[in-house]
Design a protein around this ligand. Structure first.
Ligand code: NAI
Length: 337
C-alpha cells in the first residue's frame, strides 16, 4: 500500500445508470482504507445544459492535473448530435490502449465458466477518427485511419503486458483479406513487434471467424489485439460469454493519463431504478487501485467481490439475482469487513 497517501482523482459519474453505479463504487472504495479526494464533473448533455460545453474546460484541466480519472458511462446521441465524450477524451489525452480483461466470476452461471481473456483495443484510430462527409446527396464517405505508429504502439502494449503478466498467446484480429492496406498495415506492425517477443505465441484470425470461434470455444484464445471498431464489438461479445455487460471492466491508458471505465453504456432502459450492476465499474476501480499501487486495497475489494458472487446472494437482476444496486454494494462492503 502506498503509505496512506491521498489520491486526487477526477470523477465523471456520467448519466443514465452512471450516477447509481458510481455511488455504489465510491462507497466500497471508501471502505478500503485507501484515501481519495474526488474532483467531480458532469460531461455530455447535462454538462452542456449547465456549462454550455459538453466537456467543461475545468474537466480537461482536472484530468491533465490528476492523470487518473474514474468515469461512468455517458450517453452519445445516435445518428447526429454531439461527438462521443468517450472518444473525445480518449483522443484528447492520447489514451491509445483500451484494456479490457474479461474474466468469469466464480459462482456465476455464465456461458463459459473459467474464461480469462485479455482484450487490447487500439483506442484512437480506425473508423473512430470521426472523418465522415457527404460526397454528394445520398453518398457518404467515412474514413478509416490506420497508422504505423498507432498500430506499433498498441501491439507493443499488448506484448509488453503479456510478457509482464505471464500470458502465453496473442492473436491479431483483422479483415486484411478485404481491407488489404489498412488492416494489412496493422498486421505488419503486429508481426514486427511479435518478432521481438519469441516467448509469446503469435497468431492471426479474421474478425468474422473470431466471433464464431469465441462463441464456440473461447478457451483457444488468451490475448486479443484489435483495431478500434473490432475491439469495441468483440469486447461486448466477450462480456456476453461471462455474464453480460454489468461485469466487464475497462481502462483507457496513455503514457500520461489513465481513465478507468466500464465497458457498458448508460443503459437508459434500467436507469434510475436501482437495477444496474455496479460490478463492471467496481472492477474498473480495482484496475485503478492497482494503477495507483494500492495493491492491498485492490486485493481486498477483489476478494470481497468474489465472495459475494460465490455466495450467490445479493446479486443484481442481470446475473440472476434480485438485489438492487445499493444492496449489492452493501454486500461487498460487508464481505470486506
Ligand atoms: P448499454 O451498454 O448501455 O446497454 C446494453 C444492455 O446491457 C442494456 O440492456 C442494459 O440494460 C444492459 N446493461 C448495461 N450495463 C449494465 C449494468 N451495469 N447492469 C445491468 N445491465 C446493464 O448499451 P446501449 O444501450 O447500446 O447504449 C446506451 C448509451 O450508452 C448510448 O448512448 C451509447 O452511446 C452509450 N455508451 C457509452 C459508453 C461509455 O460511456 N463508455 C460505452 C457504450 C455505450
Amino acid at each position: 500500500m502506498s503509505d496512506n497517501k491521498t489520491h486526487r482523482i477526477t470523477l465523471i459519474p456520467g448519466d443514465g445508470i452512471g450516477p447509481e453505479v458510481t455511488q455504489a463504487v465510491l462507497r466500497i472504495l471508501e471502505g478500503t482504507g485507501a484515501r481519495f479526494e474526488w474532483e467531480r464533473y458532469l460531461a455530455g448533455a447535462e454538462a452542456f445544459e449547465i456549462h454550455g460545453e459538453y466537456i467543461p474546460a475545468a474537466l480537461y484541466e482536472s484530468i491533465a492535473r490528476n492523470r487518473v480519472a474514474l468515469k461512468g458511462p455517458v450517453t452519445t446521441p445516435i445518428g447526429g448530435g454531439f461527438k462521443s465524450i468517450n472518444v473525445t477524451l480518449r483522443k484528447k489525452f492520447d489514451l491509445f490502449a483500451n484494456f479490457r480483461p474479461v474474466r468469469a466470476l466464480p459462482g456465476l452461471d455464465s456461458k463459459w465458466p473459467g474464461v480469462d481473456l485479455i482484450i487490447v483495443r487500439e483506442n484512437t484510430e480506425g473508423e473512430y477518427v470521426g472523418l465522415e462527409h457527404e460526397v454528394v446527396p445520398g453518398v457518404v464517405e467515412s474514413i478509416k485511419v490506420i497508422s504505423e505508429k498507432g498500430s506499433t504502439r498498441i501491439a507493443r502494449f499488448a506484448f509488453d503486458y503479456a510478457r509482464k503478466h505471464g500470458r502465453k498467446k496473442i492473436h491479431s484480429i483483422h479483415k486484411a483479406n478485404i481491407m488489404k492496406l489498412s488492416d494489412g498495415l496493422f498486421l505488419r506492425c503486429a508481426r514486427n513487434v511479435a518478432e521481438e517477443f519469441p516467448d509469446i505465441q503469435y497468431g492471426e484470425h479474421l474478425i468474422d471467424n473470431t466471433c464464431m470461434q469465441l462463441v464456440m470455444n473461447p478457451f483457444q484464445y488468451d490475448t486479443l489485439l484489435l483495431e478500434n471498431l473490432y475491439g469495441d464489438i468483440v469486447s461486448d461479445l466477450c462480456a456476453g460469454l461471462v455474464g453480460g455487460l454489468g461485469l466487464v471492466p475497462g481502462a483507457n491508458l496513455g503514457t500520461e493519463c489513465a481513465i478507468f471505465e466500464a465497458v457498458h453504456g448508460s443503459a437508459p432502459d434500467i436507469a434510475g431504478k436501482n437495477l444496474a450492476n455496479p460490478t463492471a465499474l467496481l472492477q474498473s476501480a480495482i484496475l485503478m487501485l492497482r494503477h495507483l499501487d494500492e495493491i492491498a486495497a485492490a486485493d481486498r475489494v477483489q476478494a470481497a467481490l468474489e465472495k459475494v458472487y460465490t455466495a450467490r446472494q445479493s446479486l443484481t437482476r442481470d446475473v440472476g439475482g434480485s438485489a438492487g444496486t445499493s444492496e449489492f454494494a452493501d454486500a461487498v462492503l460487508a464481505a470486506m469487513s
